[in-house]
Design a protein around this ligand. Structure first.
Ligand SMILES: Cc1cc2nc3c(=O)[nH]c(=O)nc-3n(C[C@H](O)[C@H](O)[C@H](O)COP(=O)(O)OP(=O)(O)OC[C@H]3O[C@@H](n4cnc5c(N)ncnc54)[C@H](O)[C@@H]3O)c2cc1C
Length: 285
C-alpha cells in the first residue's frame, strides 16, 4: 500500500530536529533507519503528518568510552553494533543480539535507537538493554532526561518517550570482571523475528553464580526480566543441572502472545529451554 500523505524534513542538527518535532506537535514522528516505521506507514497503521528524519545526524552515531560506561548513539546501526571494538570488548551481549536481527540489509539501515523507541515485544535489543541495566537518554524541548531501562518499556509499541523527544543514546555499564553472556533466540527459518528470545548475563565467582540477569523477548506486551530465575540462580552452583533447574521458572510472571508462530504454552516451554541454554552458555558450563 501507499502511505498516507506526510510532510518530511531532514534537519542537519539535533537542535533543529527537536525544534521540528516540537513544531509538528503530536502528529510528528521521528524516522531513523525506517525499517520498522516504513512498513507501518505503508500498511497505514501509522499516519503522521510530519516525519523528522534523524538518519543523517552524525552526532547520534557511534560509541564513546565514558569510564565505567559506554555511551552508544541512538543512530548507531545494528551492523555497527556487531563490529564496534568497544562494544565487542565491554558489552558483547549487545553485539551478539544485534547480529541476530533480520538480515544484512536491515542491519545496515536499522538503528539501536529505532529498535528501542519502537517498543516492539518481538524486537531483540530491548531484552538486552533490560538485562544490562542500560539508561536511555532523551532530548526534548526542555533538555535532556535519563530513563532507566526498567521504566522505559511501558506497553505494546509504547515507551516512556513523549511525542516531542528524540532518543539520543543509551548508557551501558561496561560488563567487565567475570561476566559471561549469551543471547538465545528461536525463530522460523524464513525470517529472523524471535518467537522467543533470552538475553542472559552471568557473573561467576568461586564456582558459584554470584549474579545473573535475564531479559526475555516476546513473552508479553512489554519487556520482562525473568526475576524468578535471577533469584533462583543467585548463589547456586555454576553447574548445568543447577542452571537448568533455575530456568524452570523462566515463564513465571510472563504473558506470552498467541499468534501464527506459537501458542502461549509453546512460548512458555521455549522460554524455559532457551533460558537454560543461555544460562549455561553465559556461565561457560
Ligand atoms: C524484514 C525485516 C526483518 C526484521 N527482523 C527483525 C528481527 O529479527 N529482530 C528485531 O529486533 N527487529 C527486526 N526488524 C525490525 C528492525 O530491524 C528494527 O525495528 C529497526 O532496526 C528499528 O530501527 P530503525 O532505525 O529502522 O527505526 P525506524 O523504523 O526509523 O523507527 C522505528 C520507531 O522508532 C522511532 N524512532 C526511531 N529513532 C528514534 C529516535 N532516535 N528517537 C525517538 N524515536 C525514534 C520512530 O518514530 C518509530 O516509531 C526487522 C525489520 C524488517 C524490515
Amino acid at each position: 500500500m501507499i502511505p498516507a500523505q506526510f510532510e518530511y524534513v531532514r534537519p542537519s542538527s539535533l537542535v533543529d530536529a527537536v525544534r521540528a518535532l516540537a513544531d509538528g506537535g503530536e502528529d510528528a514522528k521521528v524516522i531513523a533507519g525506517g525499517q520498522s516505521l516504513l512498513p507501518l506507514l505503508r500498511l497505514r497503521l501509522a499516519y503522521p503528518d510530519l516525519l523528522v528524519d534523524v538518519g543523517g545526524l552524525d552526532e547520534l552515531r557511534g560509541v564513546t568510552d565514558a569510564g565505567d560506561q559506554l555511551l552508544i548513539g541512538a543512530g548507531t546501526t545494528h551492523y555497527q553494533l556487531v563490529h564496534d571494538p568497544l562494544i565487542g570488548q565491554h558489552c558483547g551481549l549487545l553485539a551478539q543480539a544485534a547480529g541476530t536481527v533480520a538480515d544484512p540489509a536491515v542491519r545496515h539501515r536499522g538503528t539501536l535507537g529505532g529498535s528501542i523507541a519502537h517498543g516492539d515485544p518481538a524486537g531483540d535489543l530491548p531484552a538486552v538493554v533490560l538485562a544490562i541495566d542500560a539508561t536511555m537518554i532523551a532530548r526534548g524541548p526542555g533538555g535532556d532526561r535519563e530513563i532507566a531501562a526498567s521504566d522505559f518499556f511501558v506497553d505494546y509499541l509504547t515507551t516512556a518517550l513523549t511525542p516531542g523527544e528524540v532518543l539520543t543514546g543509551i548508557r551501558v555499564p561496561k560488563l567487565d570482571g567475570g561476566w559471561g553472556y549469551r543471547y538465545e533466540k528461536f525463530h522460523r527459518t524464513a525470517q529472523a523475528w524471535a518467537t522467543v528470545g533470552v538475553a542472559a548475563l552471568v557473573r561467576r565467582s568461586n564456582g558459584e553464580v554470584a549474579e545473573a540477569r535475564v531479559g526475555l523477548t516476546n513473552m508479553g506486551s512489554v519487556r520482562i526480566r525473568a526475576a524468578a530465575v535471577e533469584a533462583a540462580v543467585a548463589g547456586a552452583q555454576a553447574s548445568a543441572g543447577a542452571l537448568r533447574a533455575a530456568a524452570a521458572v523462566a515463564d513465571e510472571g510472563t504473558n506470552p502472545p498467541a499468534d501464527l508462530h506459537g501458542a502461549p504454552d509453546y512460548r512458555r516451554h521455549l522460554a524455559r529451554v532457551l533460558t537454560g541454554r543461555a544460562l549455561e552458555a553465559a556461565a561457560g558450563v
